[in-house]
Design a protein around this ligand. Structure first.
Ligand SMILES: CC(C)(COP(=O)(O)OP(=O)(O)OC[C@H]1O[C@@H](n2cnc3c(N)ncnc32)[C@H](O)[C@@H]1OP(=O)(O)O)[C@@H](O)C(=O)NCCC(=O)NCCS
Length: 98
């Protein structure tokens, strides 16, 4: 995005459009990964309803330098999602002797 275009709501509109489109398709969770140093994109995502769920240390490489990457997610409050598991996890066999 050019410097002149920044700060005019384009990023917010795109992120909101993605949320609307994904919810219309029944998606429940959106994930994003952003370099920890990219404070502008992190601010945009937080403002758009994403929350930080973890930091993957030294995951991204730019040139010779490794960078931490922040994992964020947005959970929809409007759709439960299609394709979510509806079965119970099989119980692990216990006490089995070989
Ligand atoms: C980060 C970026 C994608 C956001 O898109 P945008 O259209 O400018 O964002 P918006 O105008 O919708 O602003 C939404 C929020 O983003 C954050 N934000 C935007 N530009 C920012 C900046 N320069 N510094 C810090 N936060 C910023 C703010 O939280 C802002 O909310 P606010 O206006 O209430 O403070 C865009 O500004 C950009 O490309 N920035 C420079 C390059 C960059 O960092 N790119 C990502 C590299 S991977």
């Amino acid at each position: 995005m050019t410097a002149e275009a920044q700060g005019q709501g384009v990023g917010t509109a795109l992120i909101a459009g993605l949320a609307r489109a994904s919810e219309a398709e029944g998606y429940w969770t959106l994930q994003a990964q952003v370099l920890a140093a990219n404070t502008a994109s992190l601010a945009l995502l937080r403002k758009s309803g994403y929350r930080e769920v973890g930091v993957r240390e030294r995951l991204g490489r730019i040139g010779d330098a490794w960078h931490d990457v922040v994992l964020l997610e947005r959970r929809s409050t409007r759709t439960g999602g299609r394709g979510l598991p509806t079965y119970e996890c099989p119980q692990q066999a216990t006490g089995a002797k070989s």
